[in-house]
Ligand binder design. Structure first.
Ligand code: COA
Length: 170
């Protein structure tokens, strides 16, 4: 398995993670968004070059008023940089084998580099359903009460520290 930035040569149309909206987004928008600098997508490829997973990133800002007290403490009253992990999915055929975790680790590392260069403080996710919220919770993402988008946030520094702690344990 390997992870690559998406290219037109990647075969996308047979990807199926069980969530139609995510399958369709990959086929209809991922490459176009790449060309227009609207998002970056990375695909997980099997040894036979089949696309078995993907995630997409973009950047944004969040106003301090939207953050829970714990995350907002001491921050100035202008938008704080964040990297948005808009979508992440694994093919139904290979779910529950640790590949979602592999993609999440890669996404956190990319967010960390982007955050380091452009001062993003948070990584934020848009869970597509309740099950996805459960998946993101296992990585430490937290709900923000009252956020109508249902976004979940994690400080990039904490995400990286958790990865380092996991590496030290192994
Ligand atoms: C959610 C999804 C990406 C998980 O990928 P996966 O490869 O099956 O997950 P992994 O095997 O890597 O699991 C990693 C960890 O998350 C946990 N996990 C996986 N799915 C979970 C869920 N729905 N709820 C709670 N925890 C979950 C696993 O138990 C595992 O924890 P552990 O390492 O402590 O045992 C995958 O099921 C999927 O693509 N679902 C459909 C699309 C979707 O919901 N995408 C996410 C939101 S956009």
């Amino acid at each position: 398995m390997r992870i690559e930035r998406i290219r037109p040569q990647h075969a996308l149309k047979d990807f199926d993670c069980g969530v139609k909206e995510l399958n369709e987004w990959l086929v209809k928008h991922a490459i176009e968004n790449e060309k227009r600098d609207l998002s970056r997508t990375f695909v997980l490829l099997s040894d036979s070059d089949e696309v078995v997973g993907f995630y997409s990133l973009t950047v944004g800002g969040v106003s301090v008023e939207r953050l829970p007290k714990k995350l907002a403490r001491g921050l100035p009253k202008f938008d704080i940089g964040m990297v948005l992990l808009g979508r992440l999915a694994i093919s139904s055929r290979v779910q529950a084998q640790g590949l979602g975790r592999d993609l999440m680790v890669d996404a956190i590392l990319h967010a960390s580099v982007a955050g380091d260069n452009a001062a993003a403080r948070f990584i934020c996710v848009d869970p597509i359903n309740q099950s996805a919220r459960g998946f993101y919770s296992t990585f430490g993402f937290e709900d923000i009460g009252g956020d109508e988008l249902g976004r979940m946030y994690l400080r990039i520094i904490d995400a990286v520290a958790a990865l380092e702690a996991a590496i030290d344990q192994n």
